[in-house]
Design a protein around this ligand. Structure first.
Ligand code: RIB
Length: 272
């Protein structure tokens, strides 16, 4: 008699569902997995490698059939050696693990080209730490390439992931102090973009009259609350659906493809 060695449990590890992008992505993943007969265990790593390692260990003890991971600042070796199918979403892992992400280079290009086309020259970009393999680094690269193509000087401000909103305020305020002539800001996510708009307005700058701002992600939440925000839409539902399909193919040992790049699009609001 064949023993079916399956739990139909999938582990999902992400930075934090408090971030609307990861929250919506988690909801879409869970729903898709549920439709396919799986249940999920969700962990928020909070970008804390120790918490992530603890979760990974527990998920292995619970004998999950597979893992969907979007948070792995460290511990890549652990995933490699976990001995079960792993799919990475939104972040680059290593050559063995498939990555499902949107086309972040194209997104960075669309945002930067959009600002340049509006005649502004001093465009500043905010991004996460440059030494992590996040997809936002491709946005940064595209921003730098587009700026250089137009003979413009790229200027990037790096923000740590776990800093408080108040500390982010300080970094964004520094932009206005150090670059009072800033004409546009390309933020690497929507929540930062909204925060920047609020700070700009508090400092007497009107958006878009005095400052253009473009965000990134285009989550449903932000598009409903701030429909005027110009942003790059990541296809969250499509990322989730592809991740689940690839995981199922990996479970069935049917695919070796490594990278799945999904299209982004520009949401033409009025802020940038
Ligand atoms: O804050 C969410 C951002 O972090 C998203 O843009 C996502 O792609 C991740 O890198």
């Amino acid at each position: 008699q064949l023993y079916k060695n399956k739990t139909d449990l999938i582990g999902i590890l992400l930075p934090t569902v408090a971030n609307p992008f990861f929250g919506e992505l988690t909801a879409a993943l869970e729903d898709r997995l549920y439709q396919q007969g799986f249940k999920v265990i969700i962990g928020n790593s909070m970008n804390n490698p120790q918490k992530e390692a603890d979760y990974l260990q527990q998920l292995l003890i619970k004998q999950v059939d597979g893992l969907i991971v979007g948070s792995h600042n460290q511990g890549i070796q652990q995933y490699r050696h976990a001995g079960l199918p792993v799919v990475s979403i939104d972040r680059i892992m290593n050559q063995d693990i498939p990555v499902i992400a949107s086309d972040n280079y194209r997104g960075g290009q669309l945002a930067t080209e959009r600002l340049i086309a509006q005649g502004v020259r001093k465009i500043i970009h905010t991004n996460g730490p440059h030494d992590l393999a996040t997809p936002a680094q491709r946005r940064r690269l595209a921003y730098e390439d587009s700026m250089k193509e137009h003979n413009l000087q790229p200027i990037t401000y790096e923000l740590d992931f776990n800093i408080s909103t108040a500390d982010k305020d300080k970094v964004f305020q520094r932009i206005f102090v150090e670059h009072p002539d800033v004409e546009a800001i390309f933020a690497s996510n929507d929540t930062d973009a909204v925060q920047i708009i609020q700070l700009a307005q508090a400092s007497g700058r009107q958006v878009p009259r005095d400052l253009l701002v473009i965000g990134y992600d285009g989550t449903q939440l932000v598009r409903e609350l701030v429909p005027q925000l110009t942003t790059i839409i990541q296809p969250i539902a499509q990322i989730a659906q592809t991740a689940v399909e690839v995981l199922q193919r990996r479970l069935a040992k049917q695919t070796k493809q490594k990278e799945y790049l999904l299209p982004v699009s520009l949401w033409e609001g009025t802020t940038g």
